[in-house]
Write a protein that binds this ligand. Structure first.
Ligand code: FPP
Length: 249
């Protein structure tokens, strides 16, 4: 076995399979800086980032982690240059076109967190097709956060809740934390146990604000295009070293 193979099985052996997180969320950051370091256009970083998407989806699925959420495009990302936005949308379409059959055969359900209305027609249709095709799959949920913003999600949830109260579907006194979950994109899903952010930044950036109340954060210094299976294993080992108390003692 080569050096990397030895290291990866050494790390895998350190993971307690019975204490894996059920839900891992990742802020895929650092594509631009990865490219800049190599004197490449930012879009080359996004392209390499898609390779890590494929790798990490597979590695997470192989471990049997049932929920993976990837932050692919935030509501704030519309402020980037048009060329970069177009490339990101193109990469998403390419990813779905190439990977959908494999994901479906592996019993992966694709969900989108975010409002699809603002997406250009092609990615919107591709995404809708992926959701429809995989809707009955139940081994793993791949959530792609797309045109997603945490504050927006909460505000839209509040608006729907108010309209349900108005028509009498919900009584004001019934509203609690559990009921409100039904108004979020992650309805019926467990909260993330682990949030990973590569690239050295230590921010939440409007990601899953309601859902991360008791989530463990792991920050990695490598850029997303360098975030290999090995880095995932290291993050899981760090997560398993934490004591989660959920506000208790
Ligand atoms: C952050 O890096 C990354 C993004 C805004 C896009 C992430 C998207 C992909 C990896 C590809 C498409 C996704 C799928 C699911 C196929 P950055 O550009 O902010 O990097 P920087 O902080 O170094 O500039």
């Amino acid at each position: 076995m080569n050096k990397d193979g030895t290291k990866i099985s050494f790390l895998l052996n350190k993971i307690d399979i019975d204490k894996l997180p059920k839900h891992v969320a990742i802020i895929m950051d650092g594509n631009g800086r990865w490219a800049k370091k190599r004197l490449l256009p930012r879009t080359a970083g996004h392209r390499e980032g898609v390779e890590r998407v494929k790798e990490i989806v597979e590695a997470t699925g192989n471990l049997g982690i049932p929920y993976l959420t990837l932050y692919a495009f935030s509501t704030e990302n519309w402020g980037r240059p048009k060329e970069e936005i177009d490339t990101l949308m193109k990469l998403l379409v390419e990813y779905l076109k190439k990977e959908l059959n494999t994901l479906h055969m592996n019993n992966v359900r694709i969900n989108i967190l975010g409002n699809l209305d603002k997406l250009p027609a092609l990615p919107r249709e591709e995404v809708k097709n992926a959701i429809e095709k995989t809707k009955n799959n139940d081994k793993m949920n791949l959530n792609i956060a797309l045109n997603y913003g945490g504050r927006n999600e909460i505000i839209d949830g509040i608006k729907s809740l108010i309209s349900d109260v108005r028509v009498g579907d919900v009584i004001l006194d019934e509203i609690d934390e559990e009921l409100f979950r039904n108004y979020l994109f992650t309805k019926d899903q467990p909260d993330p146990d682990l949030l990973i952010r590569p690239s050295g930044e230590k921010r939440v950036s409007n990601f899953l604000l309601y859902q991360i109340a008791y989530t463990e954060f792991v920050f990695s210094d490598v850029y997303w295009p360098e975030f290999t299976t090995e880095e995932l294993y290291k993050s899981l080992i760090e997560y398993q070293s934490r004591k989660r108390r959920f506000g208790g003692i």
